[in-house]
Design a protein around this ligand. Structure first.
Ligand code: ATP
Length: 429
């Protein structure tokens, strides 16, 4: 079967040129080259995907090095599974790996790999929809290889594992399954659903390192449909099987659902790049869980420093900060600004979600106006106006900020005359 038309139409001509060139090189070296994995699935769904994964029946590293030399692209050293990443301005990135078979010594451990033909390589994959390949060699360019009937599952939107031990071999496939289910609105096929349930009951995911769980949760948080993914995680009780600290209260789930709209609102009010959306989504796992559980999860997932700060804030400080914000109103711009300027942006959005209408409005005013208010005069200029160097300068800067936030000291001249007055009264006293 050829998916010729879709293939031709969906990929830009430059990508075809690139793939044909790989196919020709592969033929010249006596190999076979295939486009594999997610991009084949997305081509068939008519969805954009720019990750080009190439599988080679042959010496992949030799092909990758030759191709890099011919195209003047940069090649990174091969990964532990022999994947060579090529980078070039002309085509972005390209992953080239040898076709391989895998065996698992222990559930949740990384696999042993051996060279294999494409058929076996497709059998080691997670779901049938991810186990299709398109031939790239001349003469069969664009021919679909689908021995596991991925195309049949793609139509009704079914996720089907390739054998009964799939989740046990590699439990991260359970989280990958949730990711694809959320992204495409797919469901698990009956047998797979039973195996998934067994995986949860027997807590397969506990056998995987926290580091790998973190990688998967990060990918989930990057999904457009992250909220849907969280609903599925809860429905299938996936994370609770790792640690009850991951449990979903009604409040937490509602919180996750409201985050989507909040992200849109922040997009309109906050400066560009203020928020890293995936981190805001990731922090949902920690929303309101409290100090003890938070410390446990942070250590287990081995979170990087910045993310640890955001998650800890959302787990612990969110509950403390909200009542403090509730006691303020728009006449207390300085106090609100002081309170909110200490909150990481991805924590602030959780405060917005947790707050009532009044608190939300205060946060929006902070984002639109108050956070941008700064004294025009620098510390050096304040000294130049007669203030002695030392802590006094910082105190004056703070006073200027306070006055500006209450609508006074509108211009630079206002600030300067205020500083002169303070310098004068300091000299007199
Ligand atoms: P995405 O669109 O999210 O990038 P993808 O399917 O391209 O999804 P990758 O992680 O880039 O996912 O992996 C590429 C391919 O490698 C998958 O399509 C699948 O065939 C295979 N694969 C990846 N991870 C696993 C796994 N844990 N077990 C089995 N096969 C896997």
């Amino acid at each position: 079967m050829k998916i010729g038309r879709t293939f031709r139409k969906t990929l830009p001509p430059a990508t075809h040129e690139l793939l044909r060139a790989i196919g020709m090189l592969s033929r010249d070296l006596g190999y076979r080259a295939y486009l594999v994995g997610g991009i084949v699935r997305d081509l068939m769904l008519g969805r954009e995907n720019v990750d080009l994964d190439i599988a080679i029946e042959g010496d992949a590293e030799r092909l990758a090095r030759t191709f890099a030399r011919k195209t003047g692209s940069r090649m990174h050293s091969p990964t532990r599974f022999g994947t060579c990443k090529l980078e070039s301005k002309a085509f972005g990135t390209l992953d080239i790996a040898a076709t391989r078979g895998e065996s698992y010594r222990a559930s949740g451990a990384l696999p042993n790999v051996v060279p294999a033909q494409i058929g076996e390589d497709l059998c080691r994959r997670d779901f049938s929809i991810n186990a299709m390949a398109l031939s790239l060699n001349p003469g069969s360019y664009g021919r679909l290889l689908d021995p596991l009937k991925g195309a049949v599952d793609l139509k009704p939107g079914k996720l089907r594992v390739l054998h009964a031990h799939s989740f046990e071999d590699d439990p991260t496939r359970m989280l990958r399954g949730i990711r694809f289910a959320a992204r495409y609105g797919f469901t698990f096929e009956r047998g797979t659903s039973l195996l998934f349930g067994e995986g949860v009951d027997r807590a397969f995911l506990k056998r995987v390192s926290g580091k790998r769980i973190f990688t998967e949760l990060k990918l989930l948080s990057r999904e457009q449909e992250a909220a849907r993914a969280f609903v599925l995680l809860r429905r299938h009780k996936v994370l609770e099987s790792i640690d009850p600290a991951f449990g979903w209260s009604e409040w937490k789930l509602k919180h996750a659902r409201r985050l989507e709209k909040a992200i849109d609102v922040f997009g309109e009010s906050a400066p560009t790049g203020f928020l890293e959306e995936w981190r805001a989504w990731f922090a949902v796992f920690f929303a309101g869980v409290g100090r003890r559980k938070c410390d446990r999860l942070v250590a287990y997932l081995n979170l990087p420093k910045e993310l640890r700060k955001i998650c800890t804030w959302t787990a612990v400080e969110l509950r403390r900060t909200l009542p403090r914000l509730e006691r303020l109103d728009s006449s207390r711009a300085y106090r609100v600004t002081k309170l909110l300027s200490d909150v990481p942006p991805e924590g602030l959005i959780h405060l917005y979600v947790a707050g009532g209408r009044r608190e939300r409005n205060l946060i929006l005013t902070y984002l639109n106006d108050w956070m941008h208010v700064r004294p025009v005069l620098t510390g050096g200029q304040i000294v130049g106006l007669g203030v002695a160097r030392g802590p006094q300068v910082g105190r004056i800067i703070e006073s200027i900020l306070k006055l500006k936030l209450s609508g006074k000291l509108l211009t630079r001249a206002d600030e300067a005359s205020y500083v002169r007055r303070r310098a004068g009264s300091a000299r007199e006293s």
